[in-house]
Design a protein around this ligand. Structure first.
Ligand code: NAD
Length: 731
C-alpha cells in the first residue's frame, strides 16, 4: 500500500495524489518521503510530462510530519544521533530542493517543469513546507482549512525548509507570526499575507492547477532566492532596516520566552544566520539548528506531552468502556463567574443550557457574559450575528428548577459552601431524570463528602474548571469514592464536546492542579518572608519558563482566597499544618487591604485602570531583604520542587493514576514549565538520582517539605525513569 499515487493525463500533466490508506489525515513518514521523491524523479525524467500537480485525496492536504517519527528520530539514529538526525533532515531538504529546481539548469535556471501544490484544505507543518518548495500554491476556498507552521507550539521549529523559505518569501517581519508564533491562517488570510498564491472555489481546484501548469512561463518557475540580485524583503541583517528588525525580533523573543524555550532561540538563530548566506547554505544552517533542537531532551518531552499524550487523553485514553454519553442538555447551577463561563462553552458546543441562579437577575447576568463574549467576537469578525443568536438561543436563564427536566448532566457552580451545595443537589435531583449525572465544580471540597447529599452517589462526580473557563484548556475530572464508570464517561464525553483536555484524578485535598500550585505560591511568599528579594523570586520563576511568578499568581487569584484556603486547610489538618510562616504573610497583606489585582493592590502595584506596574514599593519595609541573597539556582529548585514533589506524592497517593495526565494537566492547568514536558518529564530529564540529591540538600536546609518521596528514592536507586514505565507500574 502506498501513500502517494501517480497518474499522467492525456495533456501530459502528472498528478501526485497524497492519500494514506486508512487514515483521515495525511502525515509524512520516511517511506512516504521516498515515494514522493520517486514520483518526482519519474515525472522529471518523462519527456511527455509537462508539469506536476501535487494534491491530496482527502478533504485536507496534510497535518504535518508524523511527530512520533520526529520523537523517535534521535533514538533510531544510531551511535552518533546528531549526525543521523542531521543527515535525515538534509535528505528531506534534498527531495524538496529537487521539487523546487524541477530539472532546471542551475546556471540559466531554464528547462524546469512547473510543479504546483493544490491544497483542498488544512496544510500544516511539512504539509505546508512541501507546497512552499513548489512553484505555486493554490488552495481551495475552504474557511475551515488551517494553513501554517505550528511546530513551535510543540517545542521544535519548521525544519524542512519552512523557516528559510517563509523568511525569504515574506521577510522577517511578516514571517515572524507564521514561524515564531505558529499562527495558523485560513486560505484567504494566508493569501493576503503572501504565504500562498491563489485561492479558488473548491470545485475549481484541480482544473485551475492544471491550467496553471499548462500556461506557466519559464520565468515564473525559479524562486526569487535562486535568481541574481535577490534581496530579503524588509532587509537583510546588515542593512539599516534589517538591523532594527533583528534587534527588535531578538528582544521580543527573549521577552516572551525568557530564554527558557530552546526552539525559539534556535529558530531565530537559523533565521539570522541563514539570512547572511546563499539559500542552500541557509538550508544547511536550518538543519543544524533543527538538529540542535531535536537533540535537546526538551523537544521530545514537549512533543510527548503537548501532542501525543494530550491527543490520547482527548480521544479517551482513560475513558471507561461504556456506551456513548454525549451531552444533549446541561443544567448549570449558579450563574456566577464560573457558571457563566461554563454556560458559554457548553452553548458554543451546541449543547442546550439551563442556567439557574437564586435570582432571575443573576441568571440573566450569567447569560449576559456569553452575550458580551459573542458581541466582541462579531465585532472582530470572528463570528456572525446569526451564530451569536443561535448560541444565545441555547441558553435559558431561570430560577425555576423545573426547567432542569430532561437534563442529562448537571454542573453545579454555586457558592463554595457544603450546605448550599447540598441544598441545590437535592433540588435538582428532584427534577432531573434518574439517569442524569450530577457534577460539582468545587475547587476545595471533597467530592465524596458532597456526594452524600446525592441520592445517587455513583452518578456524582467532580468536573473542575479553571478560570477563565473560555480560555483555560484543562478540565480536571474527580472521582469520588462511589463514583461509577458512567459518570466518568459522561464527564469525559462532555469535555470532548466543549473541546478541552481532560485529566481524571481521585479525590484528595485540592485534587491535582491546586495541590501542586498552592505549594508553588507558598514557596514564593515564604522566600519573600525570609528576606529573599521579591524580584529575585519572580524572575527566577520566569527564567524557568513559568508564565507567572508566584507573587503575580497570588495577586491574580487574590490573597483573600489564599487566606480562606489557608484557614480551611489548617482546620482540616490540625497540628500537621505546615504553612504557618506563609499565613503570617498572607494574613498581614489581607489585613492591609492588599488583596491582589482585584483590589488594585497586592505584591504588585497597579495603576488606576488596574494595569500592573512594578512590585509594590512597600514590600521592602514589610519584608526587609536579607543581606546575603540566595543563589538563583537554589530559588529555582525550591520553586520547581514545591510543585514537582507534590506531583510525585499525588502519584504515590493514587490521586494521579497516569503520569501522562500529571504532565499534560500541569502544563495546561497552570503553565508548568512547558519546555520540560511537565513535572514527570522534568524528573526524567534531570534523572531521579540528581533530584534526590537536591532534595536532600534542600530538606536539610529548609525542612521536611523537600524530603524526597519514597518512589523517587527507589527510582534513583534502580536508575529508573518515569516514562521508562516501571515507576508507573510501581505506583
Ligand atoms: P460566584 O460567587 O461568582 O458564583 C456563585 C453563584 O452561585 C452566584 O451567582 C450565586 O448567586 C449563585 N448561588 C448561590 N447559591 C445559590 C442557590 N442556592 N441556588 C442557585 N444559585 C446560587 O462563584 P464562582 O467563582 O463562580 O465559584 C463557583 C464554584 O466554582 C465554587 O464552588 C468555586 O469553588 C468553584 N470554582 C471557582 C473557581 C474560580 O476561579 N473562581 C475555579 C474553579 C472552581
Amino acid at each position: 500500500m502506498s501513500d502517494f499515487h501517480y497518474a499522467v493525463d492525456g495533456d501530459g500533466v502528472a498528478t501526485i495524489t497524497w492519500d494514506i490508506p486508512n487514515k483521515s489525515m495525511n502525515v509524512l513518514s520516511l517511506a512516504g518521503l521516498q515515494e514522493l521523491s520517486d514520483h518526482i524523479d519519474t515525472a522529471l525524467a518523462d519527456a511527455s510530462v509537462k508539469g506536476v500537480i501535487i494534491t491530496s485525496g482527502k478533504k485536507d492536504f496534510a497535518g504535518g510530519m508524523d511527530l512520533n517519527i520526529i520523537a523517535r528520530m534521535k533514538e533510531e539514529a544510531g551511535d552518533n544521533p546528531a549526525k543521523g538526525v542531521f543527515e535525515g533532515v538534509m535528505a528531506m531538504h534534498g527531495v524538496l530542493r529537487k521539487i523546487e529546481r524541477a530539472g532546471m539548469d542551475p546556471k540559466t535556471l531554464k528547462g524546469g517543469k512547473p510543479i504546483v501544490a493544490a491544497l483542498p484544505g488544512t496544510a500544516l507543518g511539512i504539509g505546508l513546507e512541501l507546497p512552499l518548495a513548489c512553484h505555486r500554491i493554490i488552495a481551495a476556498d475552504n474557511p475551515k482549512a488551517k494553513i501554517g507552521l505550528p511546530e513551535i507550539m510543540v517545542g521544535i521549529f519548521p525544519g524542512a525548509g519552512g523557516t528559510t523559505r517563509v523568511v525569504r518569501k515574506l521577510g522577517v517581519m511578516m514571517a515572524a507570526p507564521v514561524i515564531l508564533e505558529g499562527k495558523l491562517n485560513d486560505p484567504k488570510t494566508a493569501q493576503s499575507i503572501g504565504l500562498i498564491d491563489e485561492v479558488v472555489a473548491p470545485d475549481q481546484l484541480l482544473a485551475r492547477a492544471k491550467e496553471w501548469v499548462l500556461s506557466a512561463k519559464p520565468a515564473e518557475l525559479p524562486k526569487p532566492w535562486d535568481q541574481k540580485g535577490y534581496k530579503l524583503p524588509g532587509g537583510a541583517p546588515y542593512t539599516p532596516q534589517g538591523f532594527q528588525m533583528f534587534l527588535g525580533a531578538s528582544a521580543m523573543v527573549h521577552g516572551k520566552t525568557w530564554g527558557a524555550f530552546p526552539a525559539a532561540k534556535a529558530l531565530l538563530s537559523a533565521v539570522y544566520e541563514g539570512a547572511l548566506v546563499p539559500f542552500d547554505t541557509a538550508l544547511k544552517i536550518e538543519a543544524r539548528w533543527f538538529t540542535h533542537v531535536l537533540m535537546n531532551p526538551s523537544s521530545g518531552a514537549m512533543i510527548r506531552s503537548l501532542f501525543i499524550n494530550k491527543e490520547a487523553l482527548e480521544k479517551g485514553a482513560n475513558r471507561p468502556k461504556v456506551p456513548d454519553e454525549t451531552v444533549k442538555k446541561v443544567g448549570i447551577l449558579g450563574a456566577g463567574m464560573m457558571g457563566a463561563g461554563i454556560a458559554y462553552v457548553s452553548a458554543m458546543a451546541g449543547i442546550e443550557v439551563v442556567l439557574i441562579d437564586a435570582a432571575q437577575e443573576a441568571a440573566e447576568r450569567g447569560k449576559g457574559y456569553s452575550q458580551g463574549l459573542l458581541e466582541r467576537a462579531v465585532k472582530r469578525g470572528k463570528s456572525t450575528a446569526e451564530k451569536m443568536a443561535e448560541v444565545l438561543g441555547r441558553i435559558t436563564p431561570t430560577t425555576d428548577y423545573a426547567a432542569l427536566e430532561g437534563c442529562d448532566l448537571i454542573v453545579e457552580a454555586v457558592f463554595e459552601d457544603p450546605k448550599v451545595k447540598a441544598g441545590v443537589t437535592a433540588q435538582a435531583e428532584a427534577v432531573i431524570p434518574e439517569t442524569a449525572i450530577f457534577a460539582t465544580n468545587t475547587s476545595t471540597l471533597p467530592i465524596s463528602e458532597l456526594a452524600k447529599a446525592s441520592k445517587r452517589p455513583e452518578q456524582f462526580i467532580g468536573i473542575h474548571f479553571f478560570s477563565p473557563v473560555d480560555k483555560m484548556l484543562l478540565v480536571e475530572i474527580i472521582k469520588g469514592k462511589a463514583t461509577g464508570d458512567r459518570a466518568v464517561a459522561k464527564a469525559l464525553d462532555y469535555v470532548r464536546q466543549i473541546r478541552k483536555t481532560p485529566i481524571v484524578v481521585n479525590d484528595e485535598r485540592f485534587f491535582y492542579a491546586n495541590r501542586c500550585i498552592i505549594p508553588y505560591i507558598n514557596e514564593g511568599m515564604r522566600m519573600v518572608g525570609e528576606g529573599t528579594e521579591p524580584a529575585l523570586v519572580e524572575n527566577a520563576a520566569r527564567l524557568l519558563g513559568m508564565p507567572l511568578g508566584p507573587l503575580q499568581l497570588v495577586d491574580e487569584t487574590s490573597l483573600d482566597l489564599g487566606k480562606k484556603i489557608a484557614v480551611a486547610t489548617r482546620a482540616a489538618m490540625g497540628n500537621a499544618y505546615p504553612d504557618g510562616a506563609v499565613d503570617e504573610i498572607i494574613f498581614g497583606m489581607v489585613d492591609e487591604g492588599r488583596l491582589g489585582k482585584k483590589a488594585n493592590a497586592g505584591f504588585y502595584a497597579y495603576d488606576a485602570n488596574g494595569k500592573r506596574q512594578g512590585l509594590w514599593e512597600g514590600l521592602s519595609d514589610r519584608f526587609p531583604p536579607a543581606e546575603t541573597q540566595p543563589e538563583l539556582t537554589e530559588v529555582q529548585h525550591r520553586l520547581i520542587l514545591a510543585q514537582v514533589l507534590e506531583a510525585v506524592r499525588a502519584l504515590e497517593a493514587g490521586v494521579l493514576e497516569d503520569i501522562r495526565e500529571g504532565d499534560v494537566g500541569a502544563i495546561l492547568g497552570w503553565g508548568f514549565m512547558p519546555w520540560s514536558g511537565g513535572p514527570f518529564g522534568w524528573l526524567d530529564i534531570m534523572g531521579a538520582a540528581k533530584v534526590v540529591e537536591i532534595c536532600d540538600r534542600l530538606s536539610a536546609k529548609h525542612g521536611p517539605r523537600f524530603e524526597a518521596p519514597k518512589l523517587l528514592r527507589d527510582m534513583a536507586a534502580k536508575g529508573e525513569t518515569f516514562y521508562g514505565g516501571t515507576a508507573r507500574k510501581a505506583a
